[in-house]
Design a binder for this molecule. Structure first.
Ligand SMILES: Nc1ncnc2c1ncn2[C@@H]1O[C@H](COS(=O)(=O)NC(=O)[C@@H](N)CS)[C@@H](O)[C@H]1O
Length: 439
């Protein structure tokens, strides 16, 4: 992508309304723009990152056996009246009426809708276990949206819903998602700790929040230091192996970890001083087992092997992609800007032409740009006539992992300089060597 033809509205100054670093950097890097309170546009650079985050979430949901669909954002009130949540949900629910005066709502979550889809077509235990998910916009009229897209009113959620014949089967489905979440956050460059959590308006009696440690996190967390050494379940994990997933779950729940709502002061203080970790964290995922809470009022049942009707046991599993993008920045930035993990970077490399208009520099950059693009390397080419200093600052701000710097002196010797955004390491080499190194 040539920067001269792209749309990346960089802000020179720190926007005054931004209170935390991720909000500041997302605005300055031209990734998002607030349209109204708690409601954002994702501009091209931010959309690229969000799409990569969703891609990884999707891969790990599919690996765990979940099946993707897409449900609407607008829902009829009737479904929520069936489950009894319409009145309970409170002011966070955006209630609307259509032209026929029918009560509708902008969905904050989809337990009722997915149960309706299930009950309309699944009648036999032979179709279980089933896990259906989508990645879709939600609306919650948060009383105090803040920190940019970290806590917004309209936001994207991956929400998955599992259906099983028995509680035991449902607990295995829960552990499939538990394992998938550990893998997902690790691939995003984050260390997430599963914490016993409160179930709130979703309900149920088994729930874990996945928290990443960050000083600006809204959650207060207490955990055992051992978490940092636990191995992430491998790509080869057999998700149908009940014992294997039980072992993962047992290990990751074997040591103390709780959010402030579930904190047991005495148990925590019983830990040796050096093993206690209390910090602030960001909730990036939340999973629930809630049995027949929705299947009972909505009549979602299957015929069991005994020929009798059984209400299905359900769980729901949420991840916040539009919260993950700022969370990754909170965990990975420096004083010059964002440092993207390669897995979610908006571009793999950025070419900095220090002297656009200089024939030799232009030729060298065009050659590199063509070679990288041909090799499928997502490349941003800063071909603008900005000063070199501005280009360096922009490249550091937007956090692309590899910078290729083409200056007149180096180019005259047939060379360019590679800079690693994360380590700051610089290496001068021939243009040929640079192309070979990156393709
Ligand atoms: N206001 C918000 N802004 C951004 N992300 C949010 C917001 N509210 C929730 N999330 C994200 O969405 C995830 C799931 O939300 S939740 O309420 O915990 N769970 C559910 O809604 C269940 N239906 C799971 S399918 C949270 O862990 C968080 O990462």
């Amino acid at each position: 992508m040539r920067l001269s033809r792209y749309f990346m509205p960089i802000l020179k100054e720190n926007p005054k309304e931004a209170e935390i670093v991720s909000h500041r950097l997302m605005l300055r890097a031209g990734m998002i723009r607030q349209q109204s309170q708690g409601i954002y546009s994702w501009l091209p650079l931010g959309k690229r990152v969000l799409d990569k985050v969703n891609g990884i979430i999707r891969q790990e949901q599919n690996r765990a056996g979940a099946i993707e669909l897409s449900m609407p954002t607008l829902q009829s009130a009737e479904l929520w009246q069936e489950s009894g949540r319409y009145d309970d949900y409170g002011k966070e629910m955006l209630r609307i009426k259509d032209r026929q005066e029918r009560p509708m709502l902008y969905g904050p979550t989809n337990e009722e809708m997915i149960t309706d889809i299930f009950r309309s077509s699944v009648k036999s235990y032979k179709n279980l276990p089933l896990n259906l998910y989508h990645i879709q916009l939600k609306f919650r009229d948060e009383i105090r949206p803040r920190f940019g897209t970290m806590r917004s009113r309209e936001f994207v959620m991956k929400d998955a819903y599992s259906f099983d014949l028995t509680k035991e089967d449902a607990e295995h489905s829960y552990r499939k998602m538990f394992t998938a979440y550990l893998r997902t956050f690790s691939r995003l460059g984050l260390r997430a700790i599963p914490m016993r959590a409160d179930t709130g308006p979703i309900g149920g009696d088994l729930s874990h929040e996945f928290i990443i440690l960050a000083d600006t996190g809204e959650s207060e967390v207490f955990s055992h230091r051992d978490f940092v050494n636990f191995d992430i379940p491998a790509e080869t994990t057999d998700f149908d192996d009940v014992a294997a997933l039980q072992a993962v779950f047992d290990q990751w729940t074997s040591v103390y970890a709780a959010t402030s709502e579930m904190h047991d002061e005495a148990a925590f203080d019983a830990l040796p001083e050096g093993e206690r970790l209390s910090a602030r964290g960001i909730e990036v995922g939340h999973i629930f087992y809630f049995g027949t809470k929705y299947s009972e009022p909505m009549g979602a049942k299957v015929q069991g092997p005994d020929g009798k009707e059984h209400l299905v046991h359900m769980g729901s599993y949420g991840i916040g992609p539009t919260r993950l993008v700022p969370a990754i920045i909170e965990a990975s930035h420096d004083e010059n800007g964002i440092i993207w993990p390669a897995s979610v970077a908006p571009f793999d490399a950025v070419i900095i032409n220090m002297k656009a208009g200089d024939a030799a520099c232009d030729a060298a950059c065009e050659r590199i740009y063509a070679a990288l693009s041909k090799a499928g390397i997502d490349t941003l080419y800063d071909d603008t006539d900005d000063r070199a200093g501005t280009k360096f600052a922009t490249a550091d701000l937007i956090g692309v992992p590899t910078q290729i710097i083409a200056g007149p002196r180096a180019v005259a010797a047939g060379e360019v300089e590679l800079k690693d955004r994360k380590t700051g390491a610089r290496e001068t080499m021939t243009i040929e060597a640079a192309i070979n190194k990156l393709t």
